[in-house]
Design a protein around this ligand. Sequence first.
Ligand SMILES: [Zn+2]
Length: 80
Amino acid sequence: MMENEKDYGAPAFEQVYVALSLLDADSTEDIAAWLNENGFANLTCCPRCHVDDFTHVEGCSLARLLKGVETTETKGEEVY
Ligand SMILES: [Zn+2]
C-alpha cells in the first residue's frame, strides 16, 4: 500500500490538479511544459502519488478517477 496519510492536506489543490490535468489532456498545447517553464512545476505533481508532469504511479486512485473521465469522453458523449 502506498497511502500517504498527509498528502498536501488540501482537497482544493486536488481539484486544481484534476482541472489542469484534464486541460492538459484536452489541449493541443503542452500544459505541463508551460507550467514547468513558468514556475508552477508543483502544480503538475499528483497530490496522491506525487509524480509530476500529470503522470502517476500504477494504481494511483486519482489516475483511475481521471481515466474514468477519459473513457466516458471517448464513448462520444460530451461530459460537461
Ligand atoms: Zn497520481
